[in-house]
Structures are given as C-alpha cells and as structure tokens.
Design a protein around this ligand. Sequence first.
Ligand SMILES: N[C@@H](CCC(=O)N[C@@H](CS)C(=O)NCC(=O)O)C(=O)O
Length: 323
Amino acid sequence: MGQLVDGVWHDEWYDTKSTGGAFKRSQASFRNWITADGSAGPTGEGGFKAAPDRYHLYVSLACPWANRALFFRTLKGLQDMIGVSVVHPDMLGEGWTFATDYPGTTGDTLYGLPFARDIYLKVKPDMSGRVTVPILWDKERETIVSNESSEIIRMFNSAFDHLTGNTDDYWPEPLRDAMEPVNDRIYDTVNNGVYKAGFATSQGAYDNAVVPLFESLDWLEDRLSDNRYLMGDTLTEADWRLFSTLVRFDLVYHLHFKCNRKRIVDYPNLWAYTRELYQWPGIAETINFDHIVRHYHYSHDTINPNRIIPINPVIDWMAPHGR
Ligand SMILES: N[C@@H](CCC(=O)N[C@@H](CS)C(=O)NCC(=O)O)C(=O)O
C-alpha cells in the first residue's frame, strides 16, 4: 500500500496520526462520465460517448467498490462491451499489481503494465494521490474516465441502454430523493464504516466507527422485515451498494476489521437478503471469496503482520433464501 507524490511512488501506510487514529478515505481523482451521446455528465468533461468495446474496467475482485462496478456490468448486460483486467489480490509495497501468479488474475490485458499505478501515470506522469480500483479506462482517448465506483454504477445503469436494449433501472427517478439518505448512511456507517473500524489506530476512532456500524445493521434488519428491498418492492442501486459489504462481512470484516458484535448470519432478514442477492443471475460469478479472504489478511500488515489466513466459517450461499 502506498501513494504517488508528484509521479513518484511512496510505500507508506495510511496516515492516521493527524486524525487521532481515524481512517479518512480520500476523494477519487477522475470524475468524468460516459453518457449516451458523449455530453458531459454531472462532473468532469464531456467526450466519453457510450460505445461497444471502447471502455475497460480495471478491478480487484477483493475490493467492494470494484465489485459493485462488476455487479452493474453484469446486471446491465455489458460483459461483451466492457472488458475487465483483474489485479493480484496482494496489495503490498508496490500497491495493486498486475502480477499473474495467482488464480483469477489476468494481468493488464490492454498494455501489459506491471502496476496499477502505471495506468494512472500513463494519464498524468506527475500524479499525486492514492492508486485505487476500480478504474474505468477509455481505450480511444487513452485516459481514465472515472475511478469513483458510485458514479461508474450510475453510468452503467443507463448510458449503454440504447446499445444493449437493457433498460433495467436501478436508480429510478421517483425513488432518488428517498434513496439518497439511505445511500449516505450506508456509505458512512457500513461500506466505509467497516474500513473506519478496521483501520482505526486508536480505541476512540474504532468505537466511533463500530458503534454506528451495528446501529445501522440493526436499522437495516428492521427495515427489511417489512420491505422486500431497501427501497420497497423495487431492487435499486442502494441494495447492490449494501450487498457488496454484506457479502464480505462474515469472512473478513467480522474478524480482520474487528466488526464482531454480530455476523450477518445472525440477522435473519439481512442474511436471507444477502443470499437472495448472491443468487441473483450472474452475480455469484463476480464474487471471488478466495481473492477477498486473501487480499485483506495478506495485505494489511499493520492489522495482520504474520499474514496468517484464517480458516473461516463455511457459508452456504446457495441455501434457499425464502424471500
Ligand atoms: N472512491 C473509490 C474508493 C475505491 C477504493 O478505495 N479502493 C481500494 C480497494 S478496496 C483501493 O484501491 N485502495 C488502495 C489505496 O487506497 O491505496 C470508489 O468507490 O471507487
């Protein structure tokens, strides 16, 4: 793990000294949007028109943010239009790498570069900042469209509809206003909450993350008792954003990130809901538990310095969910 400073790689852990032990996630640096006609999106510049085989996704199969981009690539039938390169699960001194000595990795299938940072440096040789996945790449302009997964899933949700004929809408207009605070709470206390708990280097920072995390899981358990999905009868992006964290919870966040008041299997509604989404057509193929378990336990040497991979519970993901 490290970051670029003026184009030079520095192998250093997240700085939590200046924040009283609290993990602060940095803002994504590329915020353009693919649109149906190439017009500019809500942020960034225009010129990224939806087209078959023009865009490419760099992902880690371990990463919950990258995984949600993969969910949407599948849900929206974009597999033939958008290629994927998969990084190595171990993120050590060089950051994400394109090493291929691990099952399920692909290397950089476009340029054969060794490190994910090289993709960023190709665009901005003096780049400063973290090198994160997912990266949505434009093969035509040879640049990064976006490295912000919440925006990538919105692009995938609609920009290619005229090309694929898939008009499934996970961000429906009538639900947007109500969805926003749900997404915000889930992002802050659950998706990012597990990281804040796990990367905390003081008791106070850990407590400030882990208590709201379990308050939110209780709130979600209750919400799902009389709602089929988070926003009612309609399956939305809010569900997929939550699912990406839930599917990792019992295998990595519970132990490795010390989010251990309860497991997801202890919540009847959340557990059935997690299984339902796991069993959604095409979704299981985007989830690689081996990369997930390996990445977290092997990469975070401040948390697990001996890199021992735990035995972990055996989870029956295909058990009937009854929902
Ligand atoms: N805002 C980004 C966050 C992505 C992110 O933090 N990805 C992690 C992997 S799970 C990463 O690449 N971290 C490397 C680092 O921070 O150095 C998004 O949602 O797309």
